[in-house]
Ligand binder design. Structure first.
Ligand code: GLN
Length: 479
């Protein structure tokens, strides 16, 4: 089986070598053939192609895509990976879905994810874990693990994800694909089920940076329904892809190169730096002194916001409802006890604690102050450099079950990714090679609203290398 990029599909539709119906059918068949072994999709659209918007005449008309099950899509089951929403059907589209629907794209299905996007391995999903297409006994990373696995396995050419602390970049790295987390506010959060509202951002998992550029153009933009969405104009990202990189300066923070990385991964990072040097990119050592507080800061701020956001799941208005409970209080408690999984409960309890009277100043307020310092580190660094680079993760895909019982070691997975969410800056991960046949990724961070520069630099690398085009063995067994 061949994995097609969005760019290739556009070409096939344009020169009539395949109709959008045929392309839809191809992916629908692949999903049906592969989902039992990968579990990337929670729900699959009908095998009857129905064009969402026949009038649409855009460059992405007829291109199918997968949607993380955290986005509302009208008439579809939207579970957020939770029992709490397992019976919920969206009455409307999230703005990013609506934007893409208006351009004639077609949804293939809703992808599996950690419950309420809390996790780094996709093992907290009520719908079971996702298996990494490169090794079915390993995690694809989380929380957008279903979207990542779907793209890596060729079950979808491109997919939407969300990134609150690394959930696009980390699974992209672990499945050998490209993952873009745009600037906070670049894409509307309306209709995207809230986890931690000041950190959540919609983004893209794709084979190539070029494909992400094509989709971002149509997804991003100001939305009246999200007061935190930005009015900054959306550039035509594809126009920037081939810009010359010579003279660009990349900062290598010593905090990302602290000697903890296994030498085999370090070698891949060094090789990718060498590749960039050939394009005229200059490197310099920098320091982000407060970045070491990112993980503890995040694990105060994110649970605090989630404890408030998840208060709405009370069994009364929508979602799972417990039938036992002798009075109203018992009914609420039983509903939330049955509806939420262990990790979600852990976050709600932590969040409630750090917000409670007497602890608010010591934890939440302190974390907000440290968050400002982390943001300032980025602003200062970007006075001297155009980009910041480092590994996306500390290791390649780990075994399923290896970390589930150790929340702290699970939280440490996001050590390199969390700081950009705390600051709001955009970041991309792209594949740079393999260790023991498992892919590994490089993270590049840019100043706020410089997605076009990130897509440019990643695209240039992908023009010179073919790591992003490597396909897992499992694809070879399928038509
Ligand atoms: N792994 C982080 C967490 O568990 C980040 C998740 C995310 O980005 N949605 O909260």
């Amino acid at each position: 089986m061949k994995r097609h990029t969005v760019k290739e599909l556009q070409g096939m539709i344009a020169d009539h070598s395949a109709s959008s119906q045929e392309i839809y059918k191809l992916y629908n068949n692949r999903i049906r053939a592969m989902n039992d072994s990968i579990n990337a999709f929670i729900s699959i659209e009908s095998d009857e192609y129905s064009s969402g918007n026949k009038q649409a005449d855009s460059e992405i008309s007829g291109v199918p895509y997968a949607v993380k099950d955290i986005f509302c899509s009208e008439g579809d089951q939207t579970t957020c990976g939770s029992k709490m929403l397992s019976n919920f059907v969206s009455p409307y589209d999230a703005t990013v879905v609506k934007n893409l629907r208006e351009k004639g794209t077609v949804i293939l299905g809703k992808t599996n994810m950690d419950e309420f996007a809390m996790g780094s391995s996709n093992e907290t999903s009520f719908f079971g874990n996702v298996n990494n297409p490169w090794d079915l006994e390993r995690t694809p990373g989380g929380s957008s693990g279903g979207s990542a696995a779907a793209v890596a396995a060729g079950m979808a050419p491109i997919a939407l994800g969300t990134d609150t602390g690394g959930s696009i970049r980390q699974p992209a790295a672990l499945t050998g694909i490209t993952g873009l987390k745009p600037t906070y506010g670049r894409c509307s959060r309306f209709g995207m089920i809230a986890f931690a509202s000041s950190l959540d951002q919609a983004g893209i998992l794709s084979i190539s940076a070029e494909d992400s550029a094509i989709f971002l153009e149509h997804m991003a933009g100001y939305d009246q329904k999200d007061s935190t969405s930005s009015k900054e104009t959306v550039p035509k990202y594809t126009d920037f892809l081939n810009n010359d990189l010579s003279g660009k300066v990349v900062g290598l923070p010593n905090e990302f190169f602290d000697g903890n990385l296994d030498s085999r991964f370090q070698e891949l990072v060094t090789d990718s730096i060498g590749e960039y040097e050939k394009m005229g990119v200059k490197f310099k050592d920098i320091s982000l002194p407060n970045i070491k507080y990112s993980v503890p800061t995040y694990y105060v701020v994110a649970p605090a916001e989630c404890s408030s956001n998840l208060a709405r799941y009370d069994g009364v208005r929508f979602g799972h409802r417990s039938t036992d409970g002798k009075d109203l209080d018992a009914f609420y408690k039983q509903t939330r006890k049955d509806g939420f999984g262990q990790e979600v409960k852990r976050r709600i309890i932590t969040g409630t604690y750090v917000l409670s009277a007497g602890y608010y100043d010591a934890y939440y307020l302190k974390a907000q102050k440290v968050r400002q310092l982390i943001n300032q580190d980025f602003l200062d660094a970007f006075k001297e450099v155009d980009f910041i680079m480092g590994p996306t993760t500390q290791q390649s895909a780990f075994k399923l079950g290896e970390k589930v019982d150790d929340p702290v070691s699970m939280y440490m997975n996001d050590i390199y990714t969390i700081s950009s969410n705390l600051s709001g800056v955009p970041a991309i991960s792209h594949p740079i090679g393999f260790v023991d046949r498992l892919p590994f990724g490089l993270q590049i961070i840019a100043p706020h609203f410089k997605e076009h520069e990130l897509l440019n630099i990643a695209h240039k690398y992908q023009m010179a290398t073919d790591w992003h085009l490597q396909t897992p063995e499992i694809c070879k067994e399928i038509d």
